[in-house]
Ligand binder design. Structure first.
Ligand code: G3H
Length: 272
């Protein structure tokens, strides 16, 4: 187990819908989808988390509330049909938009993410988290978001957000890029910073997900990039690399199949 316990105990709102593993044999896989059609395609490929997001409108743009509701109904059908229904996650947008939408997230969703852009002081980001937490339905867990290109997003650096998130009682953090211009989180952070981010997450008992123009090459090369297994991401989150064309295209079954295979091959990397 990581040596340092979180400074604040998690609030009841942050209880896990599933237990957070201290170490995982196989990284989880999040795929961002824009609607029910893409979601239905993605479930064929053993996705762990379906993330509802409109890729035409930036990093964390929300889809319409009616699409959240469709997915909430569909997940019940998947479960009753005996399928392993993925957990649902809602992108709420950035700061004020996230606060405004938080109370409309269906309670069937496991997670919601609020972007920190414009929050360049600790008090601002804490205030935004608190405002979202006040409105979000109780079973939905708010996930902290940090951007590798934090200057473009006018927010605090990723390491500072991780520290604040741990103190606030978050259980999970997503590292993504604000700009979707093809520069990956790995290019922006460099291997050293990324590895330190992973170490910091492990020590603070934060599950972390790596997103931001991540490619299959990044996934298969993660052991060289972050040698200690326990510092590696608990989850890889992807959109662009599993689409035909760029991230505004549609999900490619061939690419989804390749990702499923490569992620399956990561199994056994981490000893519990
Ligand atoms: O949450 C994950 C993002 O949607 C990743 O998108 P991307 O792979 O196009 O950067």
């Amino acid at each position: 187990m990581p040596p340092n316990a979180p400074l604040n105990a998690p609030s009841s709102r942050l209880r896990d819908p599933v237990k957070t593993p201290p170490a995982i044999a196989k990284p989880q896989w999040l795929v961002s989808v824009r609607d029910l059609v893409e979601a239905t395609r993605a479930v064929e490929f053993d996705v762990d988390i379906l993330d509802l997001k409109e890729p035409d409108r930036g990093a964390l743009a929300p889809v319409g509330v009616q699409i959240w509701q469709q997915l909430a109904r569909q997940t019940a059908c998947w479960s009753t049909a005996g399928k392993d229904a993925p957990m649902l996650s809602a992108a709420l947008g950035e700061s004020d938009q996230a606060v405004g939408l938080a109370d409309q997230v269906p309670p069937q969703f496991a997670f919601a993410k609020a972007g920190p852009s414009g929050c360049n002081k600790p008090d601002q980001i804490r205030g935004m988290w608190e405002a979202v937490e006040k409105r979000i339905p109780d079973p939905v867990e708010l996930v902290a978001v940090a951007y590798a290109d934090h200057r473009s997003a006018d927010c605090l650096p990723a390491e500072a957000i991780l520290d604040l998130a741990a103190r606030h009682g978050f259980r999970r953090i997503l590292l993504d890029t604000f700009e979707k211009n093809g520069r990956s989180s790995i290019d922006l952070m460099t291997a050293q910073r990324l590895s330190n981010f992973g170490r910091q997450a492990y020590r603070r008992q934060l599950w972390w997900s790596l997103a931001g123009s991540i490619t299959l090459g990044h996934v298969s090369g993660i052991a060289e990039l972050i040698p200690p297994p326990e510092f590696r991401p608990n989850c890889f989150a992807v959109r662009g690399a599993v689409c035909d064309g760029d991230r505004t295209g549609t999900l490619s079954p061939d690419k989804m199949r390749q990702w499923m295979r490569v992620l399956g091959e990561c199994a056994g990397d981490v000893q519990p």
